[in-house]
Design a protein around this ligand. Structure first.
Ligand SMILES: C[S@@+](CC[C@H](N)C(=O)[O-])C[C@H]1O[C@@H](n2cnc3c(N)ncnc32)[C@H](O)[C@@H]1O
Length: 273
């Protein structure tokens, strides 16, 4: 597989340094019902036996899916560095884990009952091609369930972090800015319908769920600073951002040392008509 598009070159380089960054940030996050965003996604494909994870990263979601006995699991990701920890998970010893692009899936037609994707669809270009590929590898009636990011909840640390980050990036040299990632349509219900409908999918079910990432300030910083935008920033700039963030959230820190932090996810589910 040869990667030439600048955004995919960037993603590969970023994940070479941070292979499991998303799971590290989000595995501990909790929806109002106490479940993680990964667990919420598993719930959307409970009846499926053959499941593909698109942009599977370090394999956390696949490991949760593997708790249901008898499943045939597969994952695909651009990054060999992210796939390495996935391949070393004992629960995934039988899973098929392929380095590849979602735009040209290395799987035969109709081989899956469901396709899941956690925080990855929103990064993909040529999104119509991705939709066509997912439709191709799903069997008739197959389910597509994905989590995409929805931004800050408001009035908490993530919102303040995003404001600080925006200023930092605006002031940074152009060479320290990330390339445009993904297709904005994946972040709205109408946009996803526009992309998925022509590939044969029914209108999506769409839920917004706040994910609580509150905790001690170091823990909250570790979660928010996993964003791609920080990747190209130089060390001094990241350190400046860290110090500004610690100062910014001081007034909202509770008496037991917790910083309130939340992130909205969108949970979209559809099936091949
Ligand atoms: C934010 S990470 C999420 C990883 C994992 N799904 C999780 O939530 O822990 C996005 C992942 O999607 C992968 N990715 C992005 N674009 C891709 C594409 N076109 N084809 C395959 N993988 C892709 C990246 O390499 C990265 O591992």
């Amino acid at each position: 597989m040869t990667i030439t598009a600048p955004h995919e070159v960037f993603l590969q380089a970023f994940h070479a340094e941070h292979p499991a960054v998303t799971a590290e940030a989000f595995a501990g996050g909790r929806a109002p019902d106490g479940r993680s965003s990964y667990e919420l996604l598993c719930d959307r494909v409970t009846g499926a036996t053959r499941v593909l994870d698109l942009g599977c990263g370090d394999g956390l979601l696949l490991e949760l899916l593997a708790r249901t006995p008898g499943r045939e699991l597969a994952g695909v990701d651009l990054s060999s560095h992210s796939l390495a920890p996935a391949r070393s998970r004992p629960a995934l010893s039988e899973a098929t884990l392929e380095q590849g692009r979602a735009q040209e899936l290395p799987f035969p037609d109709g081989g899956f009952d469901a396709c899941v994707s956690h925080m990855a669809l929103m990064l993909m270009s040529e999104i119509e091609q991705v939709a066509a590929e997912v439709a191709r590898v799903l069997s008739p009636g197959g389910v597509l369930a994905c989590v995409v990011g929805g931004g800050a909840v408001g009035g908490e640390a993530y919102e303040r972090f995003l404001t600080l980050l925006r200023h930092t990036v605006e002031e940074a040299p152009a060479a320290q800015r990330i390339p445009a990632l993904g297709d904005r349509r994946t972040r709205s219900r109408e946009g996803l319908d526009e992309v998925l409908g022509p590939a044969g999918f029914a209108p999506v079910d769409w839920d917004s769920v706040p994910i609580d990432l509150s905790g001690p300030v170091e823990q909250v910083w570790a979660a928010v600073s996993g964003l791609y935008d920080l990747g190209p920033l130089d060390r001094a700039t990241v350190e400046g951002l860290r110090q500004a963030f610690f100062a910014e959230v001081k007034d909202m820190t509770t008496s037991d040392g917790r910083v309130p932090c939340a992130f909205t996810i969108r949970l979209a589910t559809t099936r091949l008509a």
